[in-house]
Design a protein around this ligand. Sequence first.
Ligand SMILES: Nc1ncnc2c1ncn2[C@@H]1O[C@H](COP(=O)(O)OP(=O)(O)OP(=O)(O)O)[C@@H](O)[C@H]1O
Length: 330
Amino acid sequence: MTTPDFPKLSGYTLTRSIGRGNTSLVFLGSANNAPERPLAIKVPLGTTLANRTAAERFGNEVRLSLQLRHPYLVRGYAGTPFGPGAYLAMRYFPAGTLAERLEETLLPHDAALRVLADVASGVAYLHHQGAVHQDIKTQNVYLDDERAALGDFGNTYFVSAGGNVSGSPFYMAPEIYHGEASSAQSDVYSLGVLAYELLSGMRPHVGNSYEELMISHLTRFPSPVTASNRQVPRPLSRLIELAMAKKPQDRPSSAALRRALLEALGEEDEQIELEDLPENASAPAARAIMGRHQHLPTLPTPRDLASSAEPDNRPGKPEPKSWNPFKRKK
Ligand SMILES: Nc1ncnc2c1ncn2[C@@H]1O[C@H](COP(=O)(O)OP(=O)(O)OP(=O)(O)O)[C@@H](O)[C@H]1O
């Protein structure tokens, strides 16, 4: 039974509150016709719906969460982007966010590399689709069994369609502070900051105000990650340094960062060919090599949740034999 204080959402039961952001409330719940599958259900605040920009951002998150298919991007299962019944039902991450985890303890070295490789993998997939995330930070990385997925696509846009520039001051690239357009390379900068933070245990740029942070990002060069963590291989340390280059054109690609992180983990770079690209993706090529995804033609309903024969493709779970939407590149 739905608790009286909780929002009424037809087709779902909300069991408890698991989070509150600036624009939404998040509940643990399930679809009534698939009660065994826990879901994180995000419902916008009234103030979000009343504000056009905030409402559009929520709608953007719903649409992209349902559209993007990658094991290291938070997956949306069903939702309504706009209006009083707006919501997003998505994969539930019992371990919460990376930010919450870091409040308790630092990640051991290999766990940090694993989380970074997963996030870089999700970002490289986004970039290959022609999208820019714009808000890579510990608060938007979700954890499950030491694997990670990047979420919160409210500010994500496809380069072909354009979008408003945004970001979070600790992770924001110099060009954004300058008021210039964001790009995949500004995501790479944020990824570099995240990598530095996880591997060294320190933020590369700190400050007590927006201005102090801006000055640091624009003028200071943090010491290499290897200075505080000798376990980090030099080539990776150098790449992280380059990812935080002041000029976007001096930064490596997200795919190069992903490769270096996998190499540091002693793992082979899995070259996977994608056969179906999401409908609205402005992908530059018909084939990608970034990860697994599945085509999703329309917004699913709670009914679809119950009837869907979709496999559990959570990271670390073995793939069912009957489902193999990708081929390995020879
Ligand atoms: N899929 C999920 N699984 C588990 N917990 C989640 C999930 N999504 C969100 N949460 C929890 O809910 C909190 C609020 O979510 P989130 O930060 O996305 O809210 P928001 O209002 O959309 O964000 P913002 O403050 O950027 O507007 C998160 O910090 C996290 O603790």
